[in-house]
Design a protein around this ligand. Structure first.
Ligand code: IPE
Ligand code: IPE
Ligand code: MG
Length: 249
């Protein structure tokens, strides 16, 4: 932890602890640009980015934010050069193997969402192990979106529901939001209150399309490997200044 971060080991006093988001989602963008800026290969940015995520998870524990979801790999990211895709798959597996014991100790409950069946087998095994070993933990609920696409998630939910209708298990009129949510990868996880995207891009990039319906969106120009507790602090200040109306007046 850097000196700057250790200053923020407790919730900054200008934040109202009763009005913190219960669930923060983050689009960790800008790893490649960060690396290029330093004259490094793009993959170096991903390695640094993993450290930013590790500290954000710890920060959520320290500041009392119960759920964090991170976008690690989108269904569209397969279109990147093979070496980069392979590096990312290996990185996720390596970080998971390295960090699981500590996450266990800190009572983190980890869950992966996305089409996991397309991931390398060794990664699938590590994912299953991490979810199994932490399933009863009651600390931060940490969700990692890997081979995740919001459209694909909605489509597979439609297929599952259509199959149940066909089998006569449910009636078309019985399809409501609650039933639909049960078929999403994120079933049981509350919707994000705050979405943070780093690196300046103002788009959702197929992330949590259904779940994001009323999330507050915060975009920072900071690239993900540079994202610190101070950036998170700023995002939370902005969040607490928002008026969440949910369609009311
Ligand atoms: C985000 O950083 C990480 C992943 C998408 C896996 P990028 O790799 O998209 O970095 P930029 O956006 O090209 O700078
Ligand atoms: C979104 O970032 C996906 C992840 C952070 C995993 P991208 O870099 O893939 O998004 P686009 O291509 O800029 O929309
Ligand atoms: Mg990007």
């Amino acid at each position: 932890m850097t000196a700057k971060q250790s200053l923020l080991s407790k919730l900054p006093p200008d934040l109202d602890r009763h009005r913190l988001p219960k669930h923060v989602a983050v689009i960790m963008d800008g790893n490649g640009r960060w690396a290029n800026r330093q004259g490094l290969a793009r993959i170096m940015g991903h390695g640094q980015g993993a450290d930013s995520l590790k500290d954000l998870l710890r920060c959520c524990q320290d500041w009392g934010i119960p759920a964090l979801t991170a976008y690690a790999f989108s269904t569209e990211n397969w279109q990147r050069p093979l070496e980069e895709v392979e590096f990312l798959m290996t990185l996720i597996e390596r970080v998971l193997r390295r960090e699981l014991a500590q996450m266990q100790e800190e009572n983190v409950k980890i869950r992966f969402v996305g089409d996991l069946s397309q991931l390398p087998l060794s990664l699938q095994e590590e994912i299953e192990r991490s979810m199994r070993e932490t399933q009863d933990n009651r600390g931060v609920q940490f969700t990692v979106a890997t081979n995740y696409g919001g459209r694909q998630e909605i489509l597979q939910a439609c297929r599952a529901i259509a199959a149940q209708v066909k089998q006569g298990k449910i009636d078309v009129d019985g399809i409501d939001e609650q039933l639909f949510e049960k078929q999403l990868y994120t079933a049981g996880i509350p919707h994000p209150d705050l979405l943070i995207r780093t690196s300046g891009e103002m788009r959702i990039s197929n992330f949590l399309l259904w779940q994001m319906a009323y999330a507050e969106i915060y975009v920072t120009n900071t690239t993900w490997p540079d994202f610190t507790r101070e950036d998170f602090h700023q995002a939370l200040i902005a969040y607490q200044q928002r008026d969440r109306r949910f369609g009311k007046i």
